[in-house]
Each structure stands twice: as structure tokens, then as C-alpha cells.
Design a protein around this ligand. Sequence first.
Ligand code: BGC
Length: 320
Amino acid sequence: MTVARVRRAWRVSIPLLCGILILVSFLMPGCRKKKETYALVPKSIGQIYWEGCRRGMEKAAKEEGIKGYFTGPATTDIAKQIDIIENLIVQGVKGIGISPNDPTAVKDVIARAMKQGIPVVTFDSDSPESNRMAYIGTDNEAAGRVAGETLAKFMGGKGEFVILTGGLGAHNLNLRIKGFREAIKNFPEMKEATDEQPDDDDSEKATAIAENLLISHPNLAGFFGVSAPGAPGAARAVKDANKVGKVIVVGFDDTPECRGYIKEGVIQATVAQRPFDMGYRAIKVLVEANKGNKPKTKIIDTGVLVITKDNLKETEQKYD
Ligand code: BGC
């Protein structure tokens, strides 16, 4: 081999060797910097409402270079939700956001995580007596008042109505009901036909309950759907009973199904929360906490927006 050939061979093989080395080191797990994991635990998975939170989490995760993990129980089961949080602690996640199914039952597990140096925030629904760092979500009592005023307006200030709620133990929903009832007090001709009915955030249950109520209370003139599946559930029943416009439906959240019923005139209004902001800000607060920056305030209000047929177009929430 001539000297020139040897030199050429080196020129070709050195960059090749470097390339291979870089590739091998990238593929070897030990050589890659593993992304830290942060988890958000909703009340239950599968409900479209949570999609906004999940997308907000993903956006923040991308910006922060961390891994976002969205995990929760299949139904609004507090024991299962606590098990999931316990597991996340054992796995050593770097931060946890929780929307508790019960504000009291989660206190201990929140305290355990915080004690181990894992920052915890609540989002969507709070556990005010726990030592979570902050709550990120709607001011539910105020939003409930808005819902009450809205239902009263559409019912002309009189008639029988029913409250269709999610889980009876949910702090956020109970605050909404409180605010709602406060607002209704100003309308003496409005009457609650029966106690609030829980659908456990299950849309089929919501429809079945609404169907039965329309039969057992023939004078029913209004539904207040407290959580996302409530109003669409009632809307299906109202439509089937041919009572569109005669029975007013006001609910919570901006889901495609709810928008469809507003367009059709079956649901008159919805109080839209900002789940994307909740997921996004929850991750941001947790990441900052690990840098030693505590949130400036313990309550971060993400606000609401009332959507009716009149502002349906301009209120479409953009997620990116
Ligand atoms: C509430 C959530 C609830 C969801 C059900 C929302 O209105 O904020 O807490 O779980 O509805 O889809």
C-alpha cells in the first residue's frame, strides 16, 4: 500500500469511526441523559374534559425538557387514585399534580410526597387543608354563581330545576353547587325539584338519571350540569323527550359534544373552564419548585368564560 493510499484510508475512516462512536453512545441508555418525569393525576381518565389538561401538560413538558405522565383511575374512585399516587412516589417522579376525588382523603398521601421532597400541586379540584404547594384552576364558587345566574336568565327566573353533579365528594363540584344555590336565592320563583343527583362523571349515567327525572318530575324546566358530562347527558334526555327549549340546560365545560348541543339549541349555555392552562401551569409550578422557586400565591385562578349560541364561534379554544 502506498503512503497516499494509507492517508486516504485514514481520511475516510476517521469521520466514520467518530460517527459510529457518537451513535453507540447515544443508543446506550447509560450515556443518554434521562428525562425527569412529572405526573398529573386527574379524577378519572377517559373523559374528554381532561384532554385539555393533558395537552397543556405536554406543552409545558416540551418547553421544560421533562417527561409528562398523565395517569389516573378509570372511574372517580378515591382509593384507586391514592394507590396511583403512592406508586408515583415509589417510582420517584419529580413532581405530582392531583385533581382529588375527595379533598380530605388525599391529605396523607400529599403530605408523604411533600415530606420526601416531591412537590405537589392540586389542579382542577383542590384539597385546601393539605400541604400542597398551590391550587391551579377555576374559582369554583364564583363560577357556580355564574352558572346559577345563567340558568335563571334562560328560565325567565322561574320554574323547577335539578342539579346533576359528578362525584358527591368532589370539592370543586360542591363549591360550584354552593355558588349556584347562592345565586338562585335571588329568584324566589325558582325551585330545586329534588336533591342533587350524582352521575360520577359518567355520561351514560347522566343521561339515564336525566331521563328518569323528566318522567318523575313532569314540570321540570331546567338542568344544571355541574361537571363536564352533566349537560350533554341531560341534553340527550331532553332531546329524546322532545322537550328542546322547554327544558333549559346549563352546564360546565367546553367539549365538542357540548358545543354541538349549543349549536342545536338543546344546551343554552356552558361555563367553560381552562383545562389547558391548568395542565400547563401545574407543570410549570412543579418544575420551578424543584429549582427552589415557590409559587408566589397558593391559589392560581385560571378563569372561566360563558359560552352561548351568540359567541360560539369566537370562543373556540385554541390549544397550541
Ligand atoms: C370538572 C372535573 C370533572 C370533569 C368531568 C369538570 O367540570 O372540573 O373535576 O372531573 O368535569 O369530566
